[in-house]
Design a protein around this ligand. Structure first.
Ligand code: 1MF
Length: 187
């Protein structure tokens, strides 16, 4: 593990808060122990190797009995709330006042974050209108296996904008597709 790519500690502190809220303080200590992490405190503005985050997700699976897809989806949903409470509310607000507008502006949001925090390795999201009010969201990332988190992010965003959506994961990189595509329908 560890191809040298880093993620900001904010990602790990978000997982920590989610686990602590749902399973209690002691559960986080167990997670860091199982993940083989010496320091159980993450600093949100420090970069950490991606392998640390993947190890934490694996340990959360062991502790909760959930599978990686379920953990990543729950985490994606939580990320939308967590970042709104952790000083990124204004940036989220700037990204759009509707679900659709937000998705269209996600790359711009990441460019804005990266202008202050240049070690950000952002994914890219491209929104394409389809017929019958459907939209295709093309997700391209240098990271592997995070598509379930994107599904959770979409669920969290739908909550944020008080709409209800259905999500159809039509192309999966994990199954050989060039990148992931989610077809979204407001229901
Ligand atoms: O490289 C990174 O560290 C990184 C971290 C988080 C890259 C992207 C993201 C956010 N993204 C994670 C899942 C995709 C990962 C991948 O495929 O590479 C979620 C994107 C997203 C999708 C839908 C709705 C909202 C979303 O995110 C909003 C957002 C994105 C980034 C930040 C906050 C909100 C952010 C802010 C500061 C960061 C890092 C990320 O770093 C800090 C933190 C504290 C102090 C200094 C820097």
């Amino acid at each position: 593990m560890g191809r040298g790519r880093d993620m900001y500690g904010l990602v790990n502190t978000a997982i920590q808060q989610l686990i602590t809220e749902k399973f209690g303080d002691g559960s986080w200590e167990t997670v860091t122990e199982k993940a083989g992490i010496e320091d159980e405190i993450f600093v949100s503005m420090d970069p950490y190797d991606d392998s640390v985050t993947y190890a934490v997700v694996g340990a959360v699976c062991e502790v909760t009995g959930l599978n990686a897809e379920q953990v990543l989806e729950a985490f994606g949903e939580y990320w939308v709330l967590y970042t709104a409470e952790r000083g990124y509310g204004p940036i989220l607000q700037m990204a759009g006042k509707s679900f659709r507008e937000f998705l269209q502006n996600l790359d711009q949001l990441h460019t804005r974050v990266a202008s202050t925090f240049p070690e950000l390795v952002p994914p890219s999201f491209e929104l394409v209108d389809l017929k019958d009010q459907k939209m295709a969201l093309h997700y391209r990332s240098t990271r592997e296996g995070l598509a379930p988190m994107v599904r959770g992010l979409l669920i969290g965003l739908a909550h944020r904008f008080k709409i209800s959506i259905s999500i159809d994961h039509t192309e999966e990189k994990a199954k050989g597709a060039e990148h992931d595509v989610f077809v979204l329908t407001e229901t």
